[in-house]
Ligand binder design. Structure first.
Ligand code: ADE
Length: 248
């Protein structure tokens, strides 16, 4: 039986999508996830939901305890993780409200624990392959759900994760475009990396909430804009999650 972990990002901090919700207070060798884990079911499947930044959105990206979150989901027996994330668009054709099923990341973070390994076993270094960081089968299901529901979407996209909490300068935004990034956020690294180290298949559905500041014909992004766009389109994200989990 599948057991699904959901990591809810900005705009989906405390969604009401689980049947029979209960709070679990979990601790791990890496500390506690910021908020309790919400346990419940979707279409009869056991689901554990964690709010990436805490339910009240109090944890800045640098201080999110990614290791505690992934470790907790592993200990709870999760066989797959579906993450949601608000992203800025680095491409004209990725419009506000579009969904992007991420297939690559560029890690531009600087100050986060990026691994569970603080020490290797003697002569047994753990260098996790990362060429295809997102799970192909889960991505396929996310894409099929977007197609079925006619949600405007992009079936692949490279996300660059920045340290934050500040937004990028225009020079950085242009550089990320030249590097081949399609969207930008503050969370996919190291979350995706840690899921891979923990051996949990992981996929992320991103919602484009703004054009990052490379686009000079509109005012630079604000947090209020991100939240507003996400809230206006949130049912697309919850719809896709519910669809995919029901089909697993
Ligand atoms: N999340 C949503 N929009 C973003 C942006 N423009 N930069 C970084 N993270 C974001």
């Amino acid at each position: 039986m599948p057991v699904i972990g959901i990591i809810g990002g900005s705009g989906l901090d405390n969604p009401d999508i689980l049947d029979n919700p209960k709070d679990l207070f979990v601790s791990t060798p890496y500390g506690s996830p910021t908020s309790p884990v919400k346990s419940g079911t979707i279409a009869g499947t056991q689901v554990f939901l964690v709010a990436r930044h805490g339910r009240d959105h109090i944890t800045p990206p640098t201080f999110v305890n990614f290791r505690a979150k992934i470790h907790a989901l592993k200990e709870l027996g999760c066989t797959a993780i579906l993450a949601t994330t608000a992203v800025g668009s680095l491409r004209q054709e990725i419009k506000r409200g579009d969904l992007v099923v991420l297939d690559q990341f560029i890690d531009f973070t600087r100050r986060r624990p990026v691994s569970f390994y603080e020490k290797f076993e003697p002569h047994s270094p753990a260098h996790t392959p990362m060429a295809e960081p997102f799970d192909a089968a889960l991505r396929d299901r996310l894409i099929k759900s977007c197609e079925k529901n006619n949600y405007p979407h992009h079936s692949a996209g490279t996300v660059v994760t920045i340290e934050g909490p500040r937004f990028s300068t225009r020079a950085e935004s242009n550089m990320f475009r030249m590097w081949g990034a399609d969207v930008i956020n503050m969370s996919t690294a190291p979350e995706c990396i840690l899921a891979a180290e923990a051996g949990i298949p992981y996929a992320a559905v991103a919602m484009s909430t703004d054009y990052d500041c490379w686009k000079t014909d509109e005012p630079p992004v604000t947090w209020d804009e991100i939240l507003h766009t996400f809230k206006q389109n949130v049912e697309k994200v919850t719809g896709v999650l519910q669809d995919v989990i029901a089909g697993l």
